[in-house]
Design a protein around this ligand. Sequence first.
Ligand SMILES: Cc1ncc(COP(=O)(O)O)c(C=O)c1O
Length: 334
Amino acid sequence: MSVDAVVEWPNFLHIPQEDSLTVSRPKGQALSPYIWWNGEIQTAQTQSIHYYANALHYGTAVFEGIRCYPTEGGPALFRLEDHMQRLLGSAKLYGMNVPYTVEQLCQGAIDVTRKNGVSNAYIRPLAFFGYGPIDITPKKECSVNVFIATRELGYFLGEKALRNGIRTMVSSWRKFPHACMPTMAKASGHYANSVLAAHEAYDRGFDDAILLNLDGTVSSTSGGNVFFVKGHTLFTNDETSAIVPGITRDSVLTLARDADVEVKIRPFTREELLRADEVFETGTAAEITPIHEIDGVEFRTGKNTLAAQLQRTYMAAVTGKNAQHADWLTLVGS
Ligand SMILES: Cc1ncc(COP(=O)(O)O)c(C=O)c1O
């Protein structure tokens, strides 16, 4: 890549040039010893869920994925309140009356993360309809249970994926439309669609799948939001394209706007995506992962791309090195 290419994104030059991807992270996804279970911290793996829990049969659970990153002030949870608000929003759409406030859930996440002593971690709050009759109106009689689990998490798709990008295919499975399911909700039942697409990609040797909407516009990957770069403009879609409006997506849009990158938010088609200069996906687990291939069509990757500039800026924000967005972090304390 020529030096000229660096100057393509001059507004990122003030971000420390350190290579955040060389910082070592845990290799596995070790489970933590404690869990927050219906309001109290317990030893994990002693809990049981009834075999007739409604969620198991009908997918009636809602959940979140939150990252914990090491910072100078100790482990910090990224955009904790936004995640807990989205959790309660998803629950509301499914008639699930979660007996905890956003503040209580945030405190639960802080307490269990601190107790587990993790710093590179994935926090999984999940609310589900428990035991009840076989009918499909769980709001009538099923209990609502909530847990917050933590486990170690380093690079989700591997450090190489963050640096060099992943190979994707367009799935033959389409994304379910928001006229059929509340696509903005992060609900367990919705992920059957993602699993089908991800399995198809896996079986064909790809790293991930891109799902199109019924009208042929792009929705998302199996678990992330899709962005592309054409010229000097950054594009992504919104909830009218049946996406989960990602918190990483929102952070990336903010960081791009901070750097005066032109952003266009609108539906886009597969052929527009295939003609892009760069493509990347965003998500709590995947962070900012470049996509270097869709069905044999190649895209730019490497340190001079906008994706790399945004990745560096994002890594600075999540590890407390961007004072402008210090409010995105909640310190867990010791
Ligand atoms: C289908 C889907 N879209 C988008 C996202 C990205 O959301 P976020 O950035 O809040 O993790 C996720 C991951 O949570 C997802 O599963």
